[in-house]
Design a protein around this ligand. Structure first.
Ligand code: TLP
Length: 348
């Protein structure tokens, strides 16, 4: 095998020569003074694409979500979200630690939230025993599953009825938009604020954008400063994000096709796939009974295929992305095929 086939995440993507050229040529200024034209251009373009008034460039998706929580809530409040929400499981409990809010997790199946559970997560507002529920977080997509628009709409309606805003972790919102065949702004319309990453499937090196109303973003800008996320000549990064929004959005359909091919091939090899239909660029899989996951990971690594199990357990997450080609899927499947009987032999 000539090179590594990295299926751990779409965060491993590298910028193309054209994106690097755009970054090198970016007009720069001090963004903490609001004087970086490339950052301002990315923020405006992101807001326009998501149908919101304003945007805020932040170093990471984690910081974007935390800023949203800090801006929508007060310490001692509570947020409702699905129990598989990235903010709840994989952001170091920043909402609790830094924003000072508790989380009311509800069951989370194939990206969907149960409206009955969400409704009952709101406590009586006049009873001092309970925290004030001040935010609902949805994630679109979640672990490769697209949240159906009717479920999203139901959850948003419940939140609105309670006078509570909705924040959307749309780290991979454009994967969801392409999978659903709708403009991203149609999905974003259900949320008051949304964070998406340019550093994942869109293949820019660094950064995320938080969008919402002008008043929300003005407050969010303060929270970003508190967290040390005010970056100076960040236009060199933002230019990569702008290039990504102009050139890398529609092509994520190619990543979805690669993931579908990989899942089909693995199923033929006897691997369990966590879904019938792979909708985006992410799915989860388990080796046939008797195969030790750690041995599989090590065996694949020896053949140049990198895989990971980011949420622990016996399940691997496979992610396709820019930089991988159809022939890489065939190569990876050969590696999976080779390691499967070998590992079974050694584990027996
Ligand atoms: N997710 C990472 C890991 O943390 C698992 C990955 O490789 O997918 N929201 C969602 C839905 C995410 O998947 C991630 C990153 C984030 C937020 C956080 O973004 P970053 O890594 O930029 O802080």
């Amino acid at each position: 095998m000539n090179r590594t086939i990295d299926l751990r995440s779409d965060t491993v993507t590298l910028p193309s020569a054209e994106m690097r050229a755009a970054m090198a040529a970016a007009d720069l200024g001090d963004d903490v003074y609001g004087e970086d034209p490339s950052v301002s251009a990315l923020e405006a373009r992101a807001a326009e694409m998501l149908g919101k008034e304003a945007g805020l460039f932040v170093p990471s998706g984690t910081m974007g979500n935390l800023i949203a929580v800090m801006t929508h809530t007060r310490p001692g409040d509570e947020i409702i979200c699905g129990r598989l929400t990235h903010t709840y499981v994989a952001e170091g409990a920043g909402a609790a630690r830094i924003a000072g809010v508790s989380v009311w997790p509800v069951s989370h199946e194939q990206a969907q939230l149960d409206p009955v559970e969400v409704e009952s997560g709101f406590h009586p507002t006049d009873d001092p025993h309970y925290p004030r529920t001040s935010l609902v977080i949805v994630e679109q997509p979640n672990r490769g599953w697209v949240m159906p628009l009717d479920n999203l709409s139901d959850i948003a309606c419940i939140a609105r009825r309670h006078g509570v805003p909705v924040h959307m972790d749309g780290a991979r919102i454009f994967n969801a938009a392409v999978a659903l065949g709708v403009p991203a702004r149609e999905i974003a319309a259900h949320a008051d604020s949304l964070m998406f990453c340019v550093s994942k499937g869109l293949a820019a090196p660094v950064g995320s954008v938080l969008v919402g109303s002008a008043a929300f973003v003005a407050q969010a800008r303060r929270a970003r400063k508190v967290l040390g996320g005010g970056m100076r000549q960040a236009g060199v990064l933002a230019a990569g994000g702008l290039y990504a929004l102009d050139h890398m959005v529609d092509r994520v359909a190619e990543d979805h096709a690669l993931a579908q091919r990989l899942a089909t091939g693995l199923r033929e090899l006897g691997w369990w796939i966590d879904r019938e239909v792979v909708q985006t660029n992410v799915f989860f899989t388990q080796p046939p009974q008797g195969l030790d996951l750690a041995a599989v990971v090590a065996g694949l690594a020896r053949t140049g295929v990198q895989v990971a199990s980011p949420y622990s357990g016996r399940t691997l997450r496979l992610v396709t992305h820019y930089g991988l080609e159809p022939e890489d899927m065939e190569e990876a499947l050969l590696a999976f095929g080779a390691i499967t009987p070998a590992t079974r032999g050694s584990a027996a």
